[in-house]
Design a binder for this molecule. Structure first.
Ligand code: NAD
Ligand code: UGA
Length: 358
């Protein structure tokens, strides 16, 4: 009998956040998860679980009964997106169509069937800092991003990298409008650079251009140069995936409805680091804990953003999450510092690599 279980439809369940979330939800008998993705590779460990129904499905395929699935679940968690910056530069129209148009259809079906939707957005909706506009040093003028008060500062249209942030921001605005005009019950999550096991692939093992950790890890394991885009001077604040999942589950549980029609940053301001320092820290942690005799010693070099991504790239200089809301409403605090975020994620990649090649 499953009637007492909370039925969750997880769209994009085969990705980095999706697989980690699925695994955690399935540890609790109270959830029944229907997982949708075009990819099963990372979900392998969960596929046999009796509380999981997996359906390999492309949400762009209009023949698939997505409406039935939404009707038959209580909460819809939508993680589907193209989420790698290189795609924003190389395939901006695909990024817009998937991240806005297709996800809007999901939200409209949630409205039709009166279902709660948890929509994954991004910290990129904040864009850049005030300091970057004033051409000041962002370190001297900290500008924490707050869900309900911060302005959003994007670059010009010719820098089409911003299409990802704009598509996500527009979706947020439509959800908000459906909330105030028609009562849609949504919660928006803005993740700030989660990393951990199962994030992306290594470029020497699979073609493509993943997020930064995988590139640097590739250098440590395969000897490809660690490339700092435009010198690696911009900052990110990293959150370990287990901490992030803890917060996401609190949002799913939604005690006393505190997440209804709210936006939550999930991030760890204490774990801020420049990309240049991330490269150095990764080298140090690798050398101290994982290095074996035949491992390469990659060079750290600087490349231009145009060389790395192509024309149309522009970067966010600094992203400090204001997480007061998650702390006060959900009593959520992340536990991992930057060293443990890097160590744990690295351990995952190293173990996978050694199992394959040793
Ligand atoms: P991911 O790329 O690992 O996961 C996305 C999943 O969506 C993939 O498994 C992919 O196969 C699936 N997908 C893509 N197109 C699909 C389609 N047409 N039909 C069905 N499935 C499809 O990314 P992630 O890091 O897990 O991010 C999940 C969400 O969180 C995204 O919306 C992303 O924009 C957002 N986000 C993530 C981070 C982060 O730190 N990882 C930061 C900001 C925002
Ligand atoms: C990414 C994506 O936009 C989304 O997944 C998400 O919204 C956001 O992360 C997030 O995780 O919060 P970004 O942080 O720019 O955005 O993605 P990365 O590819 O990880 O790049 C981080 C920084 O490292 C950028 O400054 C980039 O230019 C730089 N970089 C990247 C390098 O210096 N070298 C590389 O090899 C790769």
């Amino acid at each position: 009998m499953n009637s007492d279980k909370t039925k969750i439809l997880l769209l994009g369940a085969g990705g980095f956040i999706g697989t980690n979330l699925t695994e955690q939800l399935l540890k609790n008998e109270k959830y029944k998860v229907t997982a949708i993705d075009i990819n099963t590779e990372k979900l392998e460990g969960s596929l046999q679980n009796k509380n999981l129904i997996f359906k390999e499905y492309d949400i762009r395929d209009s023949n698939y009964p997505i409406e039935e699935l939404i009707k038959n679940n209580e909460i819809v968690v939508d993680l589907i997106a193209m989420a790698n910056p290189s795609l924003y530069v190389s395939n901006p129209i695909d990024v817009f169509n998937l991240n806005f148009t297709e996800n809007l259809r999901i939200a409209e079906l949630c409205l039709k069937y009166n279902k709660r939707i948890i929509q994954f957005s991004t910290c990129e909706v904040y864009g850049k800092t005030v300091a970057s506009v004033l051409k000041e040093d962002p370190i001297k003028r900290p500008f924490p991003f707050n869900e309900d008060t911060s302005p959003m500062i994007m670059g010009p249209i010719k820098n089409h990298r911003w299409i990802y942030a704009c598509a996500k921001q527009l979706l947020e605005r439509v959800l908000h409008a459906y909330g105030i005009e028609k009562g849609l019950n949504y919660t928006i999550i803005r993740p700030f650079n989660f990393i951990g096991p199962r994030i992306d692939f290594l470029p020497s093992e699979k073609s493509g251009n993943p997020r930064v950790f995988s590139h640097f890890m590739n250098g440590l394991l395969y000897g490809t140069p660690i490339r700092l885009v435009d010198g690696g001077l911009n900052y990110r604040a990293y959150t370990y995936i287990d901490d992030a999942i803890d917060c996401i589950i609190r949002i799913i549980e939604n005690p006393d409805g505190v997440c209804d029609r709210e936006i939550f940053n999930i991030g760890t301001p204490e774990n801020e680091i420049s990309i240049k320092d991330l490269a150095t820290l990764m080298k140090e942690i690798f050398n101290q804990n994982f290095r074996q005799n035949l491992d390469p010693d990659p060079k750290i070099i600087s490349v231009s953003s145009e060389e790395f991504y192509g024309k149309g790239y522009e970067d966010c200089d600094r992203r400090i999450p204001d997480v007061t809301k998650a702390r006060t409403k959900l009593n959520w605090y992340s536990k991992h510092n930057i060293e443990s975020v890097v160590f744990n994620t690295m351990e995952y990649f190293v173990n996978k690599h050694r199992a394959k090649y040793n």
